[in-house]
Design a protein around this ligand. Structure first.
Ligand SMILES: [Zn+2]
Length: 408
């Protein structure tokens, strides 16, 4: 643990409405006490008018693809359309180009308060299998001590396992892939799970990312029940289309197997449903049903301005807002999905404004959690391991109202 000088956050509000002073020391929250009237001292940070939250974490992003939209100008479309645009583009770039975009994306995430990321990185079936992983591992080194970055080797379809092992050797932490895209989903899944088993590493699959087909989540629950390494499944779009008689037993098995599920609302709202131009399905994993079944459930920002999603701002408030409005998730649970539960899915220590927890925190100018998610305030103070690591301050000027009327 990196040693940081003591800081006291003075007069800050917590999500429960209490106003407190929070002392940080050695990267941890040392104490949380009712706000005092004592004069400000060196090391005190005046946070009156701010709300203090656990720093968010993004458990599903694609740093190697991020911020490529304006270079590619891809057509709008579904998942196969996005893949085709991306595959064409990667023939034209090198590791430095990937590194540059990934680095800018991490900086955006950090300025917005996110201090932990899990990035899938392509391990293509042809060409250099480690180019993307090496580029993102470089970014991880550059942000060490500021942002925790986990790398998932996102294996191309029908890949030679030696190529995935090369990606693990080059710095990937977990095995991933998208078996639902392969001609033989079960065979692709078996190949990838075998690599994880051999290497003793965790897995994070792109699972069932289609409205009407995909069985990776079922395979994962059956094949890895009893495993102790981290296992998770992202997207799980198909779950949103299942009737209870099929959904309930599957969720019971997923919960029993200890598999985390990561919903990705912004990308799935964009990529799914192109064949249904009325009563368009939302394509978001059913977060409320997952949580009710006892499945550890988180949410990620997934793609940021690339062929898979032309929008996205690397901001947990955006993901939480979509969970509330498009996923019908209660506000506090939506925030948990992008903060405490996201960290749990990633296997990271808990963070937040509670004594003893890791001092990864986000302070924003907002009166409540609902206000913060609704307005995504630009003004933020980001604390990573007990240190202030980013601060954004905006100014606004408006013509006073009386003058507007005079001039009308
Ligand atoms: Zn993804």
């Amino acid at each position: 643990m990196q040693i940081s000088p003591p800081i006291r956050l003075r007069g800050v509000a917590l999500a429960d409405g209490s106003v407190v002073d929070v002392a940080l020391e050695d990267g941890l929250v040392a104490s949380v006490e009712p706000a005092s009237d004592a004069p400000f001292a060196p090391g005190d940070e005046d946070l009156r008018g701010h709300l203090l939250l656990a720093a968010p974490a993004d458990p599903h992003t694609h740093l190697d693809k991020a911020l490529s939209w304006s270079a590619i100008r891809p057509p709008s479309g579904d998942l196969p359309t996005a893949i085709a645009s991306w595959v064409e583009y990667i023939q034209t770039i090198d590791a430095d180009e990937i590194h540059g975009r990934a680095s800018r994306a991490v900086a955006e995430y950090l300025a917005n308060g996110t201090t932990a990321l899990r990035s899938h990185v392509d391990v293509p079936s042809e060409g250099d299998p480690t180019r993307g992983v090496r580029a993102v591992a470089r970014v991880r080194d550059e942000f060490a001590g500021l942002v925790d970055i986990e790398i998932v080797a996102l294996a191309g379809r029908d890949i030679d396992p030696a190529r995935v092992e090369a990606a693990l050797d080059a710095g990937a932490d977990l095995v991933g892939g998208a078996p639902h895209l392969a001609a033989d989903e079960a065979a692709d899944f078996d190949r990838l799970i075998g690599i994880a088993e051999r290497r003793g590493v965790g897995v994070d699959f792109h699972a069932d990312e289609a409205l009407r087909h995909g069985g990776t989540l079922r395979l994962l629950a059956e094949r890895t029940a009893g495993w102790t390494v981290t296992r998770s499944a992202g997207h799980c779009v198909r779950l949103s289309m299942l009737e209870s008689d099929e959904l309930d037993p599957l969720l019971a098995d997923v919960a029993a197997a200890g598999i985390g599920v990561i919903a990705n609302p912004i990308t799935n709202l964009y990529l799914q449903g192109w064949d249904d131009d009325v009563a368009t399905p939302r394509g978001i994993a059913p977060v409320n049903r997952l949580r009710a079944a006892g499945v550890l459930t988180a949410a990620g920002g997934d793609n940021i301005r690339d062929p898979f999603n032309p929008m996205g701002r690397a901001d947990a408030f955006e993901t939480a807002m979509l969970l509330v409005t498009a996923g019908h998730v209660p506000i506090d649970e939506a925030w948990a999905a992008v903060s405490s539960d996201a960290r749990a899915v990633m296997g990271l220590p808990a963070a937040g404004p509670e004594a003893g927890l890791r001092a990864d925190l986000l302070a924003v100018r907002a009166g409540s959690l609902a206000d913060a998610i609704a307005t995504a305030p630009a003004d933020r103070i980001v604390i990573s391991r007990g240190r202030i690591v980013a601060r954004t301050e905006t100014s606004r000027w408006m013509l006073p109202r009386a003058h507007q009327e005079e001039n009308a």
